[in-house]
Design a protein around this ligand. Structure first.
Ligand code: B3K
Ligand code: ZN
Length: 876
């Protein structure tokens, strides 16, 4: 694990013109012939050797223009192949032969086997586990692929691009050939072979080309791919309408596999998916599952333009494709569903995942300048904060200029591997706006803190707003420059209508956006007839922490009147947080927990407001999570106290709102056959939120047990099960429900994952023993990433009291598991280890235990680069 620096980037000495790959499939001994045509880049020294990357490879044959290369002309190790004395001007052909063992590939990078299927994962650096190759994103070439394999075992043989042909080959073997005309980097290569079922459809593009769509799944699961197919067609249409992007091959394929390190992968024309994000029907999938499938299908499809047609020059530019593509999938979901509700969910996710990352030892800029293991940079900062940065560009430029900038980007850079600077330049050139200061969002890590005070002068009718920005120090970055922060705002008058100031001084304001660009800056609004209530950072226009001292009355006013629904939700959250923080402190000090009745009243008012959509009301009623409260408290955290305090507040709300919740529980019942649409999902969500509160008010499992018994879809069933398990873990009703659930869905891996994760999140010190017992269950499969995440990952990320046990047993357990997973699957181990990223904000006793557990990991000599990188940064 050497450290790679952005500053060291230079182009390759040789240009790759074409790639021809032939695979002779064998579960344990697959032969790979790679024929690569290169030419020396102009001006490159004659003595320059060709250096190809490898990872755990053995070379079996090497030809130069079809002649064997003498041993003296090359050097080879498992990690690289260096060939000297290459032709000066003419293109030449290198043929590399390797044998690889897909069956033994437990890292799930390169070519591996899952459930008898051959499958690949090459991003970021997996191709070098298949053949020696210039495995970097700025090496683009068209690929021809020939797959030869046992005919009976591999009726399906797929790769990127268009199908050229295939037939019987010899005794029992068949071949299939594919050609991808679009130059692409090796990380977008894919191969899938085996015996799979398929669902087929077509899509007619904006220029009237018919594209074949195929989704491959395990036999018998075809019907469960219908929703994914529908989402795919809607994504294709949306990208044409919103971004003018048309699909560019004759066929688009998706393959669902059950062993996969992440969500999905955008290989050109052949996306490979974790089956969790493809398979759905009302019996097995929750509304959340449907929403995830829609978003991820869209995300991977959108990569066809943002990532594939235009790719990254180097891996430091990862946000160029990921941040932008997340922004695109967010916009897609917002258009398909409720924009405000979608935004609330995005911000919840950003705050609970990205903000802690940005505030802890793993903080890094959206566009980092160094890395040791690129796999560890597929982070919420690169993805989610990267998306927020793109979103801010859209806010700064306005819809038309943003569109013009995107168009220019596509036009200028199609077929290229580019940088964040190229991306930003497209917007500058299209809009005429200087984005130099704005670009600091890519380079400065840490969540900016904006502190605001305001002053209204009745006599002059002026409203003065004073803002100050502070960007906290992060690893490797201490002094920070002030950033350009776009803040959407409204001044809401007593009667609920917005004030329309006649004049603004002190800085730029465009539409409802105030541009904070100085470290300290004051804006003065004139023509404001009465004291307004300030609503700031509406729609979460900037990913910042905001300190704005507002009275509960002002917050309630926003919650009631803002035309931006997101801001109304934000105001309710801001009302809730001080109560939850006090409750945590009081719980820690053994004091009685109280709750401001005006907060409860505002919450219940929103809950009962029938002019608001149910999904919004459900969001309003869902209090900030324990992790959110911990973040607000900032340090010296005691997860048990936070949990106890939050629980007490939930009880208060439940008691005060019993009537409302009873009514909602009745009124929000969805009749008729299940449909996964947003409106029905919103009703289910509100009804299940009411159910949860009612169990607090009633104190017995009866209602949840009845809901479990009568549920006719997975959303209601899983919610009822979660309420039972989390609130009444020892009740016979819970034992019964868990057993019934398992008996009914045993054998359905995705649902069994839910059975594991529901139990992994039961709060309290008893959680660890439960998790350990579940690991002994024969259904716990240590080699399946989804199963490992559903039990161990969910426990570490999603069970604050259970994981952060005061005696440190949770951390010791995690260390033990990381050391067990790491030799098999370093990426999975490293990812789960990041669950400890906020360990320094724990109270001292827990923090000591956490440090000791991390040190145990660090002192293990055989760690993968992935885990070593994370653990060392975490302890620094
Ligand atoms: N680009 C892939 C992620 C690859 C992760 C490699 N460790 C999926 C996505 O973001 O669409
Ligand atoms: Zn992506």
């Amino acid at each position: 694990g050497q450290i790679v620096h952005l500053a060291d980037y230079r182009p390759t000495d040789f240009v790759l013109e074409r790639v021809d790959l032939t695979f002779e499939l064998d579960p344990t001994n697959t032969k790979v012939d790679a024929r690569l045509i290169f030419h020396r880049r102009e001006g490159v020294d004659l003595s320059a050797p060709l250096v190809l990357d490898g990872d755990e490879l053995t070379l079996s044959g090497l030809l130069l223009d079809q002649n064997e290369v003498p041993a003296a002309q090359y050097d080879v190790t498992p990690e690289s192949l260096t060939i000297r004395d290459l032709p000066a001007e003419s293109p030449f052909e290198i043929t590399v032969t390797t044998y690889i063992n897909p069956e033994a590939n437990s890292q799930l990078m390169g070519l591996y086997r899952t459930n008898g299927i051959y499958c690949t994962q090459c991003e970021a650096e997996g191709f070098r586990r298949i053949s020696y190759f210039p495995d970097r994103p700025d090496v683009l070439a068209p690929y021809t692929i020939t797959i030869i394999g046992d005919k009976a075992a591999n009726p399906v043989m797929l790769s990127n691009g268009n199908f050229l042909g295939g037939a019987g080959y010899d005794e029992g073997r068949a071949f299939a050939a594919w050609f991808d005309p679009h130059p692409k980097p090796s990380y977008l290569f894919a191969l899938v072979a085996g015996d799979l079922g398929v669902v087929e459809d077509t899509f007619v593009t904006m220029s009237e080309r018919e594209v074949t769509l195929k989704i491959y799944v395990e036999h018998g699961k075809e019907a469960r791919a219908a929703y994914a197919m529908d989402a795919l067609k809607r994504s294709m249409k949306w990208d044409e309408e919103r971004f003018g992007r048309e699909y560019d091959l004759d066929i688009f394929m998706i393959v669902a596999v059950s062993d996969f390190n992440m969500g999905a992968m955008e290989n050109k024309g052949l996306n490979v998916f974790n089956d969790k994000y493809v398979l759905a029907d009302p019996e097995i999938a929750t509304d959340q599952d449907y929403a995830n499938i829609e978003a991820i299908i869209a995300h991977e499809y959108f990569h066809n333009w943002t990532g594939n047609r235009i790719t990254c020059r180097d891996w430091f530019q990862l946000c160029l494709k990921e941040g932008l593509t997340v922004y695109r999938d967010h916009e897609f979901s917002a258009d398909q569903r409720s924009r405000a509700v979608k935004r609330i969910a995005e911000v919840r996710h950003l705050k609970s995942e990205q903000f802690p990352e940005d505030a802890g030892p793993l903080a890094h800029p959206v566009r980092p300048t160094k890395y040791r293991e690129i796999n560890n940079f597929y982070t919420t900062t690169v993805y989610e904060k990267g998306s927020e940065v793109t979103r801010m560009i859209a806010t700064l430029l306005g819809r038309d200029d943003f569109k013009a900038g995107m168009d220019l980007y596509f036009e200028r850079h199609d077929g290229q591997a580019v940088t964040v600077e190229d991306f930003v330049k497209s917007f500058e050139d299209a809009s005429g706006r200087d984005l130099t200061q704005f670009s600091l969002w890519y380079h400065q890590a840490g969540t900016p803190l904006v502190t605001v005070s305001s002053d209204y002068d009745q006599a002059s009718g002026t409203f003065k707003l004073s803002l100050e920005q502070m960007i906290p120090a992060t690893p490797g970055q201490t002094a920070k420059e002030p950033m350009h922060i776009p803040l959407s705002f409204a001044l809401i008058l007593d009667n609920g209508s917005p004030a329309v100031p006649t004049k603004v001084a002190g800085g730029e304001v465009t539409g409802d956006v105030l541009h904070l660009t100085e470290r300290r800056q004051s804006f003065t609004f004139t023509g404001v007839s009465s004291r307004p209530v300030l609503s700031l950072n509406r729609s979460f226009s900037a990913p910042i922490n905001l300190h704005l001292d507002q009275t509960p009355a002002d917050l309630a006013h926003i919650a009631r009147h803002d035309t931006d629904l997101f801001a109304r939700w934000q105001a309710l959250t801001d009302l809730a947080l001080p109560n939850l923080m006090h409750a945590a402190r009081d719980a820690r000090d053994g004091k009685e927990i109280t709750c401001d009745p005006s907060f409860v009243a505002a919450l219940l008012e929103a809950a009962g407001d029938e002019t608001l959509e149910p999904a919004f009301r459900a969001q309003a009623l869902t209090l900030p999570s324990e992790a959110d409260i911990a973040r607000e408290l900032g340090g010296n955290n005691d997860p048990d106290a936070i949990h106890a305090g939050r629980d007490a507040i939930l009880s208060e709300i439940a008691k005060a709102g019993t009537k409302t919740f009873l009514r909602l529980f009745e009124d929000m019942k969805v009749d008729g056959a299940f449909t996964p649409d947003a409106a029905s999902a919103g009703k289910r969500s509100l009804r299940n939120t009411a159910l949860s509160y009612l169990t607090y008010a009633e104190g017995t499992p009866a209602r949840a047990a009845a809901a479990f018994a009568s549920a006719d879809n997975m959303t209601d069933l899983a919610q009822a099960l979660a309420v039972l398990a989390h609130r009444f873990p020892d009740a016979p009703e819970t034992t019964n429900a868990l057993a019934t659930f398992l008996a009914r869905f045993d054998g359905n891996a995705l649902v069994v994952d839910k059975w594991f994760s529901t139990q992994a999140t039961i709060p309290g010190a008893g959680a660890l023993a439960r998790v350990r017992a579940l690991m002994e269950n024969p259904r716990f499969i240590a080699t399946n990433p989804n199963r490992v995440r559903s039990l161990i990952g969910t426990f570490a990320f999603g069970n604050p009291t259970g994981f952060n046990r005061a005696d440190g047993e949770g951390y010791r357990f995690l260390a033990e598991q990381i050391l067990a997973i790491d030799p098999r699957n370093p990426q999975l181990a490293a990812r789960i280890l990041t669950s400890m990223r906020s360990w320094r904000s724990l109270e001292p006793q827990r923090a000591d235990h956490a440090r000791a557990a991390l040190t145990t990991i660090e002192q293990t000599p055989t760690l993968s680069t992935d885990v070593r990188d994370i653990v060392e940064r975490m302890l620094k």
